[in-house]
Ligand binder design. Structure first.
Ligand code: FES
Ligand SMILES: [Fe+2]
Length: 392
């Protein structure tokens, strides 16, 4: 059956826990996801204000296929621009991060200030009389902030950010230490040979099973909680405790909790469609996940400290950050291999079948445990509807 507004003919299984693996490998589906989801009515986290502390600081990344620049203007405002010259469309900035007093396009040297306004264009006296500089500023995207996190959208009609984030706001604030007063520690950028949905399907079920080092933190008991919001964002909150006799570590100071004022010690906010905000022990991290193609997902692991940390806590966070939760971290190392293997395995076609926490395979779960995988089915239902795929 073909949904009337979808250009892609696709029969979606009737059972709620069955996901057709074709969606991980088909280029036509990927292109439609970019159009409907990434360029559609979603807010995308792009930067924390602490990544751009000074006027003139900027970073570049993408929203779906759209290149963007996040820039701290000389008026103190942080704006999100499309990374394209308003003249003929040259990509304006190629550095992933930097500092600039202005942005000059290399092609014909049009120059823009840090607010995105066109300052000058060579040969302007020979432009048509109707040319007005104010009509050729950089394209400003709709953006909003929560707890210092800068989000942007390409859709004019998406709900206000606070409404969109819903109950995740409390957990994002807790992950950032309450007021979001952070300081950037650094980045690790990784390209995974996987589809963005295989990346975002990571859940609590696998955590103590794939990652043997999770024994260090006694996650196995699954004593925490998990819930999904109405916009299909996922929140997992858990208390962690040490298992000092795990046999994994000689020096257990690596997994100590220095900042005991924060509870729970593990908060995972998995925003639809794909990026994550985490607080694990003393690690504060945002994983900006960027789809590159149906076969590739780039993830920018970004680590933070609190701006008011003591020198000792700062050192502890630097040591714990990527060592615990980075792409080769103690409790996250194996994910990359599984993302890759999921993607290879998806080429067979057929069904990926969720089971853990599924109460009724004809209906979405009504309650979830920390270690369930069924929460992701709420996201899949949102995905199916966004894509216009109908169940057979
Ligand atoms: S394309 Fe940028 S100045 Fe011409
Ligand atoms: Fe994992």
């Amino acid at each position: 059956m073909q949904c009337s507004d979808s250009p892609i003919r696709f029969d979606w299984p009737r059972k709620i826990n069955e996901i057709p693996k074709e969606v991980f490998v088909r280029a036509d589906i990927y292109r439609e996801e970019i159009r409907r989801i990434f360029h559609g009515p979603e807010w995308h986290p792009l930067a924390h204000v602490s990544e751009l502390p000074e006027p003139g600081d900027f970073k570049t990344l993408t929203i779906g296929a759209t290149p963007v620049i996040v820039m701290h203007g000389d008026d103190g405002q942080i704006r999100v621009f499309a990374n394209t010259c308003p003249h003929r469309g040259t990509q304006l900035e190629t550095a992933s991060r930097g500092h600039a007093r202005s942005i000059e396009c290399p092609y014909h040297r049009w120059a823009f200030n840090t607010r995105g306004e066109l300052m000058g264009a060579p040969g302007v006296q020979e432009f048509p009389a109707s040319f007005r500089k104010q009509d050729y500023g950089m394209w400003v995207l709709r953006s909003a902030q929560f707890c210092g996190m800068v989000f942007a959208t390409l859709d004019a009609n998406v709900a206000p950010l606070d409404e969109y984030l819903g109950e995740t706001r409390e957990y994002i604030a807790r992950a950032f230490g309450g007021d979001g007063n952070l300081r950037l520690l650094g980045y690790q950028k990784v390209s995974f040979a996987t589809n963005w949905k295989e990346y975002s399907d990571n859940e609590g079920y696998h955590a103590p099973l794939l990652h043997r080092a999770f024994r260090l933190l006694k996650w196995q008991g699954g004593a925490g909680s998990q819930f999904m919001t109405s916009r299909a964002h996922k929140v997992i909150a858990a208390e962690l405790s040490h298992a000092p006799d795990s046999g994994f570590l000689h020096d257990h100071s690596l997994i100590e909790v220095f900042d005991k004022s924060k509870a729970p010690q593990s908060i995972v906010v998995s925003l639809f469609p794909v990026s994550l905000i985490l607080h694990h022990l003393d690690v504060i991290t945002v994983r900006y996940a960027l789809p590159v193609s149906q076969d590739e997902t780039e993830v920018h692991y970004t680590y933070f400290a609190r701006a008011d940390d003591s020198p000792e806590l700062l050192q502890h966070r630097v040591r714990q950050a990527s060592n615990l939760l980075g792409p080769s971290g103690l409790i996250s190392l194996e994910d990359g291999a599984v993302f890759n293997r999921l993607h290879v395995g998806a080429r067979t076609g057929g069904i990926a079948a969720f089971q853990k926490g599924v109460q009724d395979n004809m209906g979405l779960p009504t309650s979830l445990k920390q270690n369930d995988e069924a929460g992701n089915l709420v996201r899949w239902e949102r995905y199916r509807q966004a894509m216009g795929f109908e169940r057979v």
